[in-house]
Design a protein around this ligand. Structure first.
Ligand SMILES: Cc1cc2nc3c(=O)[nH]c(=O)nc-3n(C[C@H](O)[C@H](O)[C@H](O)COP(=O)(O)O)c2cc1C
Length: 160
C-alpha cells in the first residue's frame, strides 16, 4: 500500500508529527507547498495534516495551495486527516481545520477513515466534530504532548 502524507506547518509541529507517522507506516511526506495535484491522487491512502490558525482556519500554506486539493480526483479514495491544535488557548475553535478538510474531501467523493472519540480533551467547540466524533485525529502538542504517541498508535491501527 502506498501512503502519502501531505501537511502544512508554521511552527514545525505538524511537520514533526507527519514524519513520526511516516516512520511508523513507511509513508512519504510532502509539504503542501511542494505537493502537486497528482500527489493527492497517486497513493492508496492519503493522509492530510493541518494545524488550525486564526481562530478556526487552515494553516496559511494550506490556504495558499488549496486549489491543488480542490483539483484532485479523490473519488473513492481513502483519506485520513490529522489536525494539530491548542485546546487551552483556542477552546472554541479546537482543531477546526479537521472539519474544513473533511468537508472538502468528502464533497469530492473520498472515503474518510480514522474518526476518533472526543474524550480526553477539554474544549468547548470544534468544527472538527461530526456527530460527536472528530473526523480525524486531534493532537495537541501544546497541552497534551504526553498523549500524542498513544493517540497516533491507536489511530494508525484503526486506519491501516
Ligand atoms: C496565532 C495562533 C492561532 C491559533 N489558532 C488556533 C485555533 O484557532 N484552534 C486551535 O486548535 N489551535 C490554534 N492554534 C494552535 C496551533 O494550531 C498549534 O500550536 C499547532 O500545534 C501549530 O502547528 P505547527 O507548529 O505545525 O504550525 C493557534 C496558534 C497560534 C500561534
Amino acid at each position: 500500500m502506498s501512503i502519502t502524507i501531505i501537511y502544512g506547518s508554521d511552527g514545525g509541529c505538524t511537520r514533526k508529527i507527519a514524519s513520526k507517522i511516516a516512520s511508523k507506516i513507511n509513508a512519504k511526506t510532502l509539504d503542501i507547498k511542494k505537493a502537486q495535484t497528482a500527489d493527492f491522487e497517486n497513493c492508496s491512502l492519503l493522509i492530510l495534516g493541518c494545524p488550525t490558525y486564526a481562530d478556526g482556519d487552515l494553516q496559511t500554506d494550506w490556504i495558499d495551495h488549496y486549489e491543488k486539493l480542490e483539483e484532485a480526483n479523490l473519488q473513492g479514495k481513502k483519506v485520513a486527516i490529522f489536525g494539530m491544535g491548542d485546546q487551552m488557548n483556542y477552546p472554541e475553535s479546537f482543531v477546526d481545520a479537521i472539519g474544513i478538510l473533511y468537508d472538502t474531501v468528502s464533497e469530492k467523493g473520498a472515503q474518510v477513515v480514522g474518526f476518533t472519540e472526543n474524550t480526553g480533551y477539554d474544549f468547548s467547540k470544534s468544527q472538527g466534530l461530526r456527530e460527536g466524533r472528530f473526523a480525524g485525529l486531534a493532537l495537541d502538542e501544546d497541552n497534551q504532548s504526553g498523549k500524542t504517541e498513544a493517540r497516533i498508535n491507536a489511530w494508525l491501527a484503526q486506519i491501516k
